[in-house]
Design a protein around this ligand. Structure first.
Ligand code: F6R
Length: 241
């Protein structure tokens, strides 16, 4: 695991964008794995600015990490909408090349399976962006998730619902279930780039970087990834030894 401690969120955004730009220039039909939440927003801003200056995503494709279950299609907080608004509408990725788990499906296991098949058909994810939860979750793989897990439905723990309530008008509106890529799915990406900022992430960062690899801290599985890059600000890195 490669740990990079940077001066702040803008530098983190630029370094992650450098990795994506390098990938897309080397492999124009790159497959990007996209996360939602606050952490990747500076990356998307930076990539949108680079697209204005000519960075071409026309042959790239993208897969979202996760999706709420039960939000109606087009709900502004559905991750499909967030990804569209924050990133894919701001660059020239073809909309038909942007994929996410279908949180409106009546047959959720079938939707999970077809999402996994779509990733495989695209040749697998080249670079997966990740944030990390205060409890060490990645995607919505909460503590206790199997390291071998694939895309599936999960219940959100209350802490994560509370963490995400800031995007909704009330806690009651935050869905209880999500579809998430599994830890096994995430580990199959060829390069994983995790971003974390702020003191509230310091303990989770310490646990997954320096603690034991254990299901209680899902992000710790990244210690086994052959190419994992962790971009931190000083506050998020402050509990590292
Ligand atoms: C988002 C996701 C989550 C977030 C995590 C951190 O698609 O899967 O794992 O990355 O909850 O969220 P932020 O970045 O908002 O602190």
């Amino acid at each position: 695991m490669e740990i990079v401690i940077l001066g702040g969120i803008r530098q983190i955004g630029r370094l992650a964008a450098d990795a994506i730009e390098h990938l897309v220039r080397r492999k124009p039909d790159a497959v990007l794995g996209l996360a939602t939440g606050s952490s990747p927003l500076p990356v998307y801003d930076e990539l949108a600015a680079r697209h204005e200056r000519g960075l071409d995503f026309s042959r790239a494709s993208a897969f979202a990490l996760d999706e709420y279950v039960g939000l109606p299609a087009g709900h502004p907080e559905s991750y499909r909408e967030v990804i569209r608004r924050e990133f894919t509408d701001r660059v020239n990725i073809a909309p038909e090349n942007v994929h996410g788990p279908d949180g409106t499906a009546t047959d959720i296991p079938a939707a999970c399976e077809s999402f996994e098949q779509a990733i495989a058909a695209a040749g697998g994810v080249d670079l997966q962006l990740l944030g990390v939860g205060t409890d060490g979750h990645i995607g919505f793989n909460e503590p206790g998730s199997s390291f071998a897990s694939r895309t599936r439905i999960k219940s959100l723990i209350e802490q994560t619902r509370r963490d995400n309530a800031r995007f909704f008008t009330s806690l009651a509106e935050v869905p209880h279930h999500v579809i998430t890529q599994g830890l096994g799915t995430i580990m199959a990406a060829r390069h994983v780039v995790l971003l974390a900022t702020g003191a509230q992430k310091a303990q989770a960062v310490r646990d997954f970087v320096e603690g034991p690899v254990a299901a209680i801290c899902p992000a710790s599985v990244l210690q086994f990834h052959p190419h994992a890059t962790v971009l931190l600000d000083e506050a998020a890195a402050s509990a590292l030894k």
